[in-house]
Ligand binder design. Sequence first.
Ligand code: PMT
Length: 410
Amino acid sequence: AQRGAAMILQGANVVLGVTGGIAAYKAIDLCSKLVQAGAGVDVIMTEAATHFLTPLPFQTLSKRPVSIDQFQLLRDMDMAHIELSKKADVLVIAPATANTIAKLAHGLADNLLTSTALACTAPLVLAPAMDADMWAHPATQENVAHLTERGATIVGPEEGRLASGRMGRGRLAETNAVLGAIRQVLGRNGPLAGQRVLVTAGGTEEPLDPVRYISNRSSGKMGYALAEASRDAGALVTLVSAPTSLPAPFGVDIVHVRTASEMAQAVLGALQRTDVLIMSAAVADYRPAETAPQKIKKMPGDLTLTLTRTMDILAAVAERRQAGQAGLRLVVGFAAETQNVLANARDKLERKRLDMIVANDVSASASGFEVDTNQATLLTMSGQEALPLLAKTELAEVIVQRVAAMLGGA
Ligand code: PMT
């Protein structure tokens, strides 16, 4: 699998159904990303899908025959729908037309894809794509509700420009969202199943006036990767996010905040409903003592700002934990350091009474803020583990594995 690809997809058997809509071409990208991540992909196209594109791109990318006709005897499989349905770890239909959704809701099995779906006990992920009025039609809505009740995961559709040229809800979800849904269902029985994980991400913004603020270079990548890795391990994830340019991960409850004070409120307010807290956000230690109500005007001479301390969220969490006011099982902090990395991190581990701290040397150009990689050492009260330079997605998976192991042993 490609470096940084989600571990949960490696070796997974994905049956990808492609139905006849204009968005069918986007399934090529999905197929490609799945293969890059190390999944085995068997594509089934409906006959209608073949009017929009040929099987060739799917066959080329998956390196497997594409199945279309229910009655065509494939080389090694004489009951293609049974064979494929039993092999699947997940059945994904992207795009799923209103017609196919209706058939699935009512148990019709009139082509290879719907027959496979009926015979399949693996989880079903549907990415609907259609005209906005077809999506909004009560028949489609009832069919989707039926399928959801039966356990299907629905991703999208999204709002935007439709093939008709009109704006509305009906666009196929972005490939990353569909991948997120696949990852979530594959990981549903993972080592954090049933655990409520709260992750913080991004750099807080402390306003000076209506147009200016003090912040830091955190992009949120580390925190978002942790939210996704926790979700992939079966956890119920809340992501408290300072402003970032990243799309909300699929299947994660996202709470948008701006300032350290808003982040503190969101985190402390959720403590009773949290088993594991992972504080990867870069929270401001100081904020302007005053926020000017109007834009500060340029004046001759210097401008002196008075900064005041923000609340240390982890310290407040530690106090509540000690007072028995939080049901938390585990708290993980981060230490962004430019010198004496390990000594400073160990000091924070002890002072903030954490179960683990992830020390990252943010002076290294390939590590820390903004970049896609991070080099970290994991410290606990009983030891430390130096990790190589990893993609943030990989580091997130290692952290989640260690968290699961600590919970298992707790
Ligand atoms: O977002 P990216 O671009 O991917 O970058 C990732 C990262 C470098 C921001 C991340 O890996 C990281 O190191 N996050 C912590 C940064 C930081 O604020 O470190 P700190 O040493 O100042 O704080 C130590 C811990 O206390 C952190 O867990 C922090 O969330 C927490 N803290 C800090 C200040 C505060 N007022 N309250 C807190 O709880």
